[in-house]
Each structure stands twice: as C-alpha cells, then as structure tokens.
Ligand binder design. Structure first.
Ligand code: IPM
Ligand code: MN
Length: 352
C-alpha cells in the first residue's frame, strides 16, 4: 500500500493533478497495486482565508507518507516568495529532499524549437542540488529603503551537501546506463570558492565510478550546448540556482512546460513529484493546459515507489498521445481539453 499525499495547490495545479490521479487509478487497476490518497488544501486560497501557510501538524503528516504529489504553488494575490518559500521550499528543506531530478527528453512528434534535432538527440537528466546554494536564505538587508541600503544574499555549499548530490548523480547515471557520462555544470572561472569545492568533490567521487566519464562545463556554455548540441549530455549535475535556470531551458527544448516534470528526492525519505511549470494563473479553470507534465510526474513517482512496470506503461501512453493525438502541448492548442488528454492516457493504459 502506497500512502500518497496530494497537494493540488494553486492555479492550474488542481486541474492537472486530477488528470494524474486519473492515470494513477488506471495503472493501479492494471498492475494491481494499492494506494491511499490524503489531500492537503495548501496554497494561496488557504493563506488568503486563514493566513495559514504550512502548519507544523501538516508537515509532520507529510513526513509519514510514502510520497507527495504536488500540482503548483503560487498565487497572483499573494506577494511572491511567501507561498514558494513557505510551502514548496519548506517541504524540500524540511524533508531534506536534496536532489531535484529533472529529465529532459524529447518524445517523437513533439514540437521543439530545435527542429533539426531528432528525439534521440534530446534525452538527458539534470540532477539539481535542492537544499543549499543561493536558496539557503542566508543574508539580509540593512538600511532598507534608503539610498545607502545594502543587500547580502549568500550561497551555501557544504562538502556533505555537495558530495551526496554528486554521488546521487553518478549512481543515477550508472543505473540509466546510456552514455555513462556525468557533466558538472559550474562556474569555476568566477565562483572560485564554491565551484572549487564542487570540482574537487566531483573528481574525487568520480574516482569511485570508473565506468562513468567525467566532464565539466561552465553554466553559460551548458545553456549554449543544451540548444546547439543537446546530444552531448547524459547526466548534468549542478547547484541549486544553476539547476533552476537550466531546467527551464531544458523544459523548453523538450517541448515546454506542458510536458516537463521533476522529482524532489530524498533517496531514503519522503520524495515529492511535480510538474515543473508554475500555477499558470491566466489559464486557471479553463481546462486548456496540458496535464502531461503532471502525468509524467506521476510516472516518476511510481518509478520511485518501485512500480516500474506501471511507470513504463505511463510513459508509453504519453509517447503515443504526443505522437498521434494532441496537436500541440501549448495551452489551448492541444485540440483537446485538459481532462480529455487525461482520459486518452487512462484509456490507452486500460486498453493496451
Ligand atoms: C522550481 C521553481 C521554484 C524554484 C520556485 C517556485 C521557488 O522555479 O521548482 O524550479 O526556484 O526552485
Ligand atoms: Mn524553476
């Protein structure tokens, strides 16, 4: 029995999560596994009504789950940062989900701006450190609002935090067994302290993995090559902020936020899976956004929970639907509504 916490969240989150749960029901029937859902109404609406963000009691309950399935966090009427830090980053940090795993994979039939690339050229994974770096929240403002004000925002890189992230990347690369190459994405030419630590740890940990090639690139060059030569990459490992930025670029080259999913992972703890796009307030309630990113997050969650066959089946269904059914993954251009796309995935799983 898998106990899954569901946080539909804000904006289009609830719409796409509903489709993921539809697919979960379909695969669980077919592959005979059981699960139990606990819903949590966290997000902008709750905050505006009660000022509650993430009560400690809820956090304690989340820690008892087998996985968390999240839609999106962020509300147009709430000042940016309150919900993002108070819910999303708080869960990532409190549950020590130290890896943010984001596959970048182009499925045949999906439109990407890199039209001359074939689907097999775009298939890599970004392993983003998820609890430190610039996200650690260390710093402050003095003389705020005056002409003399100063803001300091430090980035924290601990040997332990960096090393466990690197080790995850190498192990993941070995399991993936594709190009067997890990690229460290850094900025050793400017961030000479932080990435000195990252680089030394990278080559040290790399020695434990003789079958895996080690490779280094500066973050700006990574951005260039993700577009020009995405086929060079297999596993990219990087810090929290660079990982945030390059995975939005990754989402675009794989066809957009309508298909890009990610996992916030603690390999031995409670992990959380989410579509990587935001809450898309302007499309909320219209039934026009693609649920495939949320469905793909459900696939990652089942893979993580050990339901490998069910996960593979979801991916097969997604691949069929992007190739043969939906016209585009852009909001309002799918040729179907959000829930019709969920129905297509569920139907394929039940029938095939
Ligand atoms: C992401 C998001 C978050 C981040 C925001 C919402 C705090 O952009 O999951 O990539 O920066 O990590
Ligand atoms: Mn982001």
């Amino acid at each position: 029995m898998h106990r899954i916490a569901v946080i539909p969240g804000d904006g289009t989150g609830p719409e796409v999560v509903a489709e993921g749960l539809k697919v979960l029901k379909a695969v669980s029937g077919k592959f005979k596994f059981k699960y139990q859902l606990e819903y949590y109404g966290l997000g902008g609406e709750l905050y505006l009504k009660t000022k509650e963000i993430l009560p400690d009691s809820v956090l304690d309950e989340l820690k008892q789950m087998d996985a968390i399935y999240l839609g999106a966090i962020g509300h147009p009427e709430v000042k940016p940062g309150i919900l993002e830090k108070g819910i999303l980053l708080k869960i990532r940090f409190e549950l020590d989900q130290y890896i943010n795993l984001r596959p970048v994979k182009l499925y045949p039939g999906v439109e990407t701006p890199l039209k001359d690339k074939r689907a097999e050229d775009i298939d890599f994974v970004v392993v983003r450190e998820n609890t430190e770096g610039a996200y650690a929240g260390v710093g402050g403002l003095i003389k705020k609002g005056t002409p003399d004000e100063i803001a300091i925002q430090e980035a924290i890189h601990t040997r332990k935090g960096v090393e466990r992230c690197l080790r995850f990347a190498f192990e993941y690369c070995r399991k993936r067994n594709q190009k067997n190459k890990v690229t460290l994405c850094g900025k050793t030419n400017v961030l000479t302290y932080a990435f000195d630590l990252w680089e030394r740890a990278f080559y040290e940990v790399g020695k434990e993995f003789e079958d895996i090639e080690t490779d280094y690139a500066h973050v700006d060059a990574v951005c260039m090559w993700m577009v020009k030569n995405p086929e060079w990459f297999d596993v990219i490992v990087t810090d929290n902020l660079f990982g945030d930025i390059i995975t939005d670029l990754g989402a675009m080259i794989q066809g957009g936020l309508g298909i890009a999913a990610g996992g916030n992972i603690h390999p031995a703890g409670v992990s959380m899976f989410e579509p990587i796009g935001g809450s898309a307030p302007k499309y909320t309630g219209m039934g026009v956004v693609s649920p495939l990113a949320a469905i793909s997050a459900c696939q990652m969650m089942l893979d993580h929970l050990g339901e490998k066959e069910a996960a593979q089946n979801i991916e097969k269904a997604i691949m069929k639907i992007v190739k043969e059914d939906v016209k585009s993954l852009s909001a309002g251009k799918m040729g179907y509504s959000t829930s019709e796309v969920g129905d297509l995935v569920a139907k394929y799983i039940i029938e095939k």
